[in-house]
Structure formats: C-alpha cells, structure tokens
Design a protein around this ligand. Structure first.
Ligand SMILES: *[C@@H]1O[C@H](CO)[C@@H](O)[C@H](O)[C@H]1NC(C)=O
Ligand SMILES: *[C@@H]1O[C@H](CO)[C@@H](O)[C@H](O)[C@H]1NC(C)=O
Ligand SMILES: *[C@@H]1O[C@H](CO)[C@@H](O)[C@H](O)[C@H]1NC(C)=O
Ligand SMILES: *[C@@H]1O[C@H](CO)[C@@H](O)[C@H](O)[C@H]1NC(C)=O
Ligand SMILES: *[C@@H]1O[C@H](CO)[C@@H](O)[C@H](O)[C@H]1NC(C)=O
Length: 423
C-alpha cells in the first residue's frame, strides 16, 4: 500500500485495473492498491531522525511482538495505544510509514465494528504543535488555526486519511508476555478517512523505512533496527494468528534462509530488492520490463498489497508458462473473473511451483502462495501486471515465509515456515 504525496496522481488506468483485481479477490477491500509506486516519487527526504523518545523501556531482553491475523487480503496487526491501553487492529504495511487509526470525533470515517480511539480518554495523548519539527517530518503536515499539525496521507488506491498528528504511548506485547510501552510515538489521529477499508480495519500501521514508521521510531532500542513477520496463508481463520517481532530475537537465521540485499533509493519508505527472474516449474524466465536490463531494486516488498505485480513483459511470459503447465482448461466464460487466469477446481492446484530468483537466492512458491480462491471452487493465479518496470512482491507470495527486514544490515531474509504453527 504505497504512500504517495497527495499532490501526485498515480496512473489512472493502472489504478482501475488493480482495483478490479482486488474487488475480485477480496470483495470489501480495495484500499491496498499499490500502483502509486509507478510514478517516480519525488519526495522531500528527511535526514533528521526523531529524537530519542523511547524512555522507560523495560529490559532489552524482551522482544516486542504482536499477533497478526489474515483479513481478506490484508493482515491486521494488534497493538495498543494510549493510557489506559486501547487495542487497535491496523493493517500491517511495509509499503507506507504513517501509523494512524480512526479517532473520535469523526468528521468522516468509514464504518468500523470496534469502538474508535478517543483521545480525550487517554492521559498520555498530546497533539503535536505545527511549530514542532515532528510536524514537518510528514510532507503533508499543515498548520491549523489552533496551531495543530493537520496531516493528509494518501495511498495509491485513492484511500486517504486526514487528521491531527499526535503523540501517544504505544504498547506491544512481547516474547515474555510482559508488555512493552513505547512513549511519544508519533501517529495520526484520523478524523476523515476514506477508501475501501473494511469494518475490521482500524487504521494502518506503517512499517516502511521512512522516519515516521513504527520500526523507524523504535530505532535500535530493542537491540537492532529490524523486524520479522510470518503471514498466514490467505483465508486462514482469524482465530489463527502469527507474529511480527521487533529487534533482538527477530533475526531470521538457520537452515534454509535466503537473503537478498535491500537496494537504497531516494525513496526511504519502500523496501526495494532485486529479482533476476522467475521460474515456472523448470522453465526460467528472466526479468524484463521495457528493456532487457535487470535494474537493481526492481521489486518492492509490500505487505499491504495482496497480489504480486510484474511488468507486463514478464507477466505475460509467466502466465503463458503457467497455462502450459497446468493440465486444466482455464475459465473463459466468467465476466466476473475478467482476463485473469482461473481454474474450476474444488481444491487448490497441485502445481506448478514458481521460484522467485532474488539476487542472493531462490524463494520457492507453492500453489498455496500463488493461487487464491475468489469464490468457491475457483482458483485464480494471484499475480497481476503493471506497466511500470518495477514490480511488487505482494503478501500472498509472502505468506508461509518468515521474512526478516534488517534495516541496519540492509538485507531481507526469507525462511520457509508454516506460519499457522506458533513455534
Ligand atoms: C488536540 O486538538 C484537538 C482538536 O483541536 C482538541 O480538541 C484537543 O483538546 C487537543 N488535545 C490536547 C490534549 O491538547
Ligand atoms: C484540522 O483538522 C481538524 C480535525 O480533523 C479539522 O476539524 C480542521 O478543519 C482542520 N483544519 C485545517 C486548517 O485543515
Ligand atoms: C475528507 O477528506 C477528503 C479527501 O481528502 C476531502 O475531499 C474532504 O473534504 C474531507 N472532508 C472533511 C469533512 O474534512
Ligand atoms: C523480454 O524478454 C522476452 C523473452 O526473452 C523477449 O521476447 C522480449 O522482447 C523482451 N522484452 C524487452 C522489452 O526487452
Ligand atoms: C496487462 O496485461 C494485459 C494483457 O496481458 C494488457 O492488455 C494490459 O495492458 C496490461 N496492463 C498493464 C498495466 O500493463
């Protein structure tokens, strides 16, 4: 769910195609379109880091850890905000930075089943003054007549949140079960939030690399600026949670680990890695977009985008190979499915296995990670195309891998894991 400054407009055509994809796969959600990356984001970069504000931390031996559950194509991460702690379930999003939740009073909020956060009921809430440097960390912070920092934060899907930038105590659970309180975390109290959010989603938890993200605000307070996530497969029951862990202890190591370098660009938010090619079964297809050259950082790892999006040049060849290797006839007569590659079958396909050849190693993808049932008895290939030369490695393909983002070593690591098993 890449963030884009609101002055930018993503390519409309791409947006429409993508929203269509989402409507199909996960009916109520379209807040996760990520095509905004396809414009070159010219964003003010922020060399300033936040002042150290993690006071009163409990022992460093505790690794902050949060439950994370599947939510129709998104993943909801649990954390608490305020004093006393108020539970929030926000979309875990490595494609954006801001942490925000719907707040009362609501000028214009989408429907939410759980109560909304009320700043008046929290003793640790404070508005950020627009004179403060913190206000200007966000490109879109503006001064309200009351000198508050009003923000607008938009996503490529045309979802936006508007509200007041504030600071709060954020509480996470930990490996030892004790809670870990982070004081003075900058977040958006969203009073006007629009887009295709569903009523379980209470906001977004930005896990990108920019200064206002959760991981950047934690910094290395917990023994290293890193985190790891294990996402359960799409359609896993909400009663089954997995974990997202931060700092020391969140390393992804041991047998079967594949690591790939992060590629630094002007965009501090997004995690770029390099994909050399994709194999369908034993057939290797090299990465290409508008040229044959494999650019460094051609894929964005985004937990807020469900499908994997490939440049059309590569996508078309991948789809042709999948068709070739599946011994069934694709569905052609269902307008709801459009031009997607779908098959009528009671259970998921037996193959083929796809392999993502990242710089540094290979990540194998089983049909569970590449075919998604939009409706009963139908499985569709969960990749889509983009006119951009950069692709997105989406959350379907990230499921059942423990994926570590080490912001200090600038490495992303993958380890196959059954994320439904809490070990
Ligand atoms: C924060 O700003 C809101 C909106 O103007 C105001 O109603 C509220 O009293 C302020 N809260 C604090 C703690 O200053
Ligand atoms: C600032 O945000 C508050 C709360 O959303 C809103 O009522 C007010 O109109 C905004 N002011 C400006 C100048 O945007
Ligand atoms: C809410 O935000 C939308 C999109 O940014 C804007 O067009 C609208 O005027 C805002 N509404 C209110 C009540 O502030
Ligand atoms: C991409 O690779 C395919 C297969 O090698 C080739 O047919 C196609 O022309 C390439 N496209 C570009 C723009 O280089
Ligand atoms: C996606 O692919 C289809 C056919 O494979 C093509 O018609 C469409 O233009 C492509 N979309 C983009 C955004 O490249």
């Amino acid at each position: 769910m890449a963030y884009y400054p609101t002055s930018f407009h993503p390519f409309l055509a791409a947006t429409i195609i993508y929203i269509f994809f989402l409507v199909l796969y996960c009916p109520p959600i379209e807040a996760n379109s990520d095509v905004g990356f396809s414009v070159n984001l010219i964003r003010k970069t922020s060399p300033r880091l936040f002042p150290q504000r993690l006071r009163g931390l409990s022992a460093m031996s505790e690794t902050p850890q949060s439950p994370i559950i599947a939510d129709l194509g998104e993943y909801l991460m649990e954390l608490s905000i305020g004093t006393p702690p108020f539970k929030i379930y926000g979309i875990a999003d490595t494609g954006s930075d801001l942490i925000w939740t719907q707040c009362v009073p609501c000028n214009n909020c989408y429907k939410q089943l759980n109560p909304m956060f009320n700043p008046q009921k929290s003793s640790s809430y404070s508005n950020i003054s627009c004179d403060s440097n913190l206000c200007h960390e966000l490109d879109t912070g503006v001064c309200s007549p009351q000198k508050q920092c009003n923000y607008t934060y938009g996503y490529a899907s045309d979802s936006t949140t508007q509200g007041v930038l504030a600071q709060e105590t954020v509480t996470l659970t930990s490996t030892t079960g004790k809670s870990v309180a982070l004081k003075g975390i900058v977040f958006g109290c969203g009073h006007n939030n629009t887009g295709g959010f569903n009523d379980h989603e209470m906001g977004i938890i930005g896990l990108g690399g920019g200064p206002v993200s959760l991981i950047s605000q934690m910094g290395s307070s917990f023994g290293g600026k890193r985190f790891s996530q294990c996402l359960v497969p799409f359609h896993t029951d909400v009663s089954v949670s997995s974990k997202i862990s931060f700092g020391k202890g969140s390393e992804v190591s041991g047998e079967g680990v594949v690591s790939t370098p992060m590629v630094a660009t002007q965009d501090k938010t997004l995690y770029f890695v390099t994909l050399l090619g994709i194999s369908v079964g034993n057939t290797y297809l090299h990465y290409n977009g508008s040229s044959e050259i494999v650019e460094k950082g051609n894929m964005i790892l985004d937990s807020g985008t469900p499908p994997t999006m490939l440049p059309t040049q590569l996508y078309d060849r991948v789809v042709a190979q999948v068709r070739n290797q599946v011994a069934m006839t694709p569905i052609v007569d269902d307008p709801e499915l459009g031009s997607q590659l779908c098959y009528r079958t009671k259970k998921n396909l037996g193959g083929p296995v796809l392999t993502a050849h990242f710089e540094g190693g290979d990540v194998a993808l089983e049909p569970l990670q590449t075919f998604i049932p939009p409706k009963d008895g139908v499985f569709c290939f969960a990749f889509t195309n983009t006119s951009d030369d950069r692709g997105i490695y989406g959350n379907f393909a990230q499921s059942n891998y423990l994926i570590g983002f080490d912001l200090e070593a600038q490495v992303v690591s993958f380890k196959p894991k059954d994320c439904t098993k809490n070990t």
